[in-house]
Design a protein around this ligand. Structure first.
Ligand code: AMP
Ligand code: MG
Length: 348
């Protein structure tokens, strides 16, 4: 299939927004920029279109999709009820990087929910995504626009690497802002429970809702517990090179990484560090500054791009600095744990 790339720089480009919205309405596969990562969109109420998403990504069919909407009214048809906590979250955090889990209505295809009785819904804040969704006036199923297992795409070059020739259209909207996927919050249970950490933090949610729980079963592969968000059980975000994360006192982290660089002298080693620590490293083949430790939004924004850059540079090994499990650090560490297949050295 020929993939058409259209660049949309402003909301004034109404023809192009119309073109993307029409293609979605016709059941085509259209990649759209969102504020989190690029999404591989398709008509969320058409089983045949949704099937195309799974094929293009090579996504396991037991991993459900998030439906994207342009306004709160669109949610009504898709769910059985909107619990008060959900309404509070919608008013406070939508549009934005928060996905809510509702009891599904009958019109949602089984393929979207992977047979679950619940459906995941989000309203993106990205202006172009919003304009396309509003014009299409349908819920759009859109998982991250990468090949399953690879780091999520935060720019069009990443999407092309994975999906060129596999989708009808890609809307180029520049770099994505948040850089990691939405927080997923289950509001069908009490207390509301975070199934995946992301752009909206637990602290943000607790300010609004009081007690918020977190499903951490996916951190412990040996526990045998099944994560409530099916996608969390898969190896994810993984670069090709062997990846290890180092967490603890940051000077000790740098010392340990330097020691390992020396130990693996024959190999090309990449180090993903932070602005504050960049000067501490010697001998890395590739040294990438992900951003400042006092502005974790920068780190989140650069995370997937940094992992993909390591693949491009063909390194053998990646060492990544870890972060505290606090605020946005929780979402970043969640992605790093998956990217490294759980290879984290804690307590340095
Ligand atoms: P992605 O869009 O690629 O970030 O993946 C969507 C994520 O949402 C996956 O981790 C899914 O497991 C999760 N998800 C989608 N629908 C549901 C649901 N009904 N219940 C729990 N998790 C869900
Ligand atoms: Mg994904």
């Amino acid at each position: 299939m020929e993939t058409q790339v259209i660049k949309i720089e402003s909301l004034d480009e109404k023809d192009k927004i119309h073109q993307a919205a029409t293609a979605l309405g016709q059941g085509k596969l259209v990649v759209i920029p969102t504020e989190t990562v690029y999404g591989l969109g398709a008509h969320g109420l058409r089983e045949d279109s949704v099937k195309g998403i799974f094929e293009a990504k090579g996504r396991p069919q037991d991993n459900p999709l998030i439906l994207h909407v342009a306004n709160q009214d669109q949610v009504l048809d898709l769910v059985q009820a909107i619990p008060p906590a959900a309404k509070d979250c919608m008013d406070m955090f939508w549009p934005g990087p928060l996905t809510l889990i509702f009891k599904r209505s009958k019109i949602v295809p089984d393929l979207v929910t992977a047979g679950l009785e619940t459906v995941a819904i989000r309203m993106p804040s990205h202006a172009i995504a919003h304009a396309i969704l509003e014009e299409a006036a349908i819920p759009v199923a859109a998982p991250s626009a990468n090949t399953s297992g690879r780091p999520s795409p935060t720019r069009v070059s990443h999407v092309l690497e994975d999906l060129d020739g596999k989708v009808d259209m890609i809307v180029d909207g520049g770099f994505t802002d948040v850089g990691i996927e939405s927080t997923i919050l289950d509001v069908t249970v009490d207390p509301p429970t975070i199934l995946r950490p992301g752009g909206v933090t637990k602290e943000d949610l607790e300010d609004l809702l009081g007690t918020v729980a977190e499903d951490t079963s996916h951190y412990d592969a040996e526990s045998g517990t099944v994560p409530k968000s099916p996608g969390m059980k898969y190896r994810h975000y993984a670069p090709q090179a062997d990846t290890t994360v180092f967490a603890g006192n940051i000077e000790n982290v740098a010392k340990e990484i330097n020691r390992r660089i020396q130990e693996n002298k024959g190999e090309k080693v990449a180090v993903l560090c932070t602005t504050e620590t960049q000067a501490l490293y010697q001998g890395a083949h590739l040294l990438l500054d992900m951003g400042s430790r006092s502005h974790l939004e920068e780190v989140a924004k650069n995370l997937f791009n940094s992992l993909r850059a390591c693949d491009e540079a063909g390194v053998d090994r990646i060492y990544v600095e870890g972060f505290d499990f606090e605020g946005l650090g929780v979402g970043i560490m969640n992605r790093l744990l998956k990217a490294s297949g759980g290879k984290v050295v804690f307590g340095l």
